[in-house]
Design a protein. Structure first.
Length: 237
């Protein structure tokens, strides 16, 4: 279970990225986080894996209170959470399989045989075993995204967070990526996706949390991307 209670986040003591955010997500839910650029979507995700610390309020992730976790214990939280960042960062001189195995070492799994088994499992889950010897630079944007998803899944986390996973993808690749998230969600994983992709949110309906200027302005089951007309419907000449 994920529970935000009156969470606020100030960057540098002055930039209010989130303000009095409260909501709860139960295990196995699928949630879109929408809102304009700068609304606080990425910040919301970063609080959950403690890349950033909240300023006030309380955040519960499973049995842990994130604000109470000491830096040396952060890895315990991160084992529970897979995260796909807005930009996929890979080590350029390691191939795909090595990049994934490397992330396991960061989680404290150092046995090469375990690393190999887990890496093959997640590559299979995203349909990318054929590309495991390639370097990151030798992949398309969509293929790289699948590898980033595989890496996020490496420890079979109960929670998967993704920040704009379909940005810069063509429609077919975007649908393939979304299919992966739905597949994992059907397996019981909690999935939270920050997105600007109104077509996906409107056609594959799930719970929608909408942020504006750091505040939750909507929390709707089977919601649309926007309560107003879709910006993509506006023609500009
Ligand atoms: N590291 C940081 N230091 C200072 N301010 C930051 C930092 N990261 C984000 N902000 C500010 O916090 C606010 C929320 O940013 P955030 O990145 O969470 O928005 P977002 O909804 O993810 O936007 P986008 O859709 O463009 O990705 C913005 O005003 C942003 O300028
Ligand atoms: Mg963002």
């Amino acid at each position: 279970m994920i529970r935000f209670e009156h969470v606020s986040k100030l960057y540098d003591g002055k930039i209010q990225a989130l303000e009095d955010v409260s909501f709860q997500v139960n295990q196995g839910e699928f949630v879109y986080i929408v809102g304009p650029s700068g609304a606080g979507k990425t910040t919301l995700l970063k609080l959950m894996d403690k890349q950033e610390n909240l300023t006030t309020g309380s955040l519960q992730m499973g049995s842990m209170l994130v604000e109470r976790i000491r830096p040396s214990q952060t890895y315990i939280l991160r084992r529970q959470i897979g995260i796909v960042l807005q930009r996929d960062l890979f080590i350029p001189y390691l191939n795909v399989a090595e990049n994934i195995s490397y992330s396991l070492a960061a989680l404290g799994v150092n046995d090469p045989q375990q690393q190999q088994i887990k890496t093959q499992k997640v590559l299979t889950a995203v349909g990318m075993t054929a590309y495991q010897k390639r370097l990151p630079a030798e992949l398309s944007v969509g293929q790289r995204k699948k590898i980033a998803i595989a890496r996020a899944l490496i420890n079979q986390p109960p929670i998967l967070l993704a920040d704009e996973p379909t940005a810069n993808l063509d429609a077919k690749s975007a649908v393939e990526i979304m299919r992966l998230f739905f597949k994992f969600n059907l397996g019981g994983m909690t999935v939270m996706i920050a997105t600007h992709d109104s077509t996906i949110v409107n056609s594959l309906r799930h719970r929608v949390l909408e942020l504006q200027k750091g505040k939750i302005v909507r929390d709707e089951d089977n919601g649309k991307y926007s309560t107003n007309s879709d910006s993509k419907d506006i023609y500009i000449w």
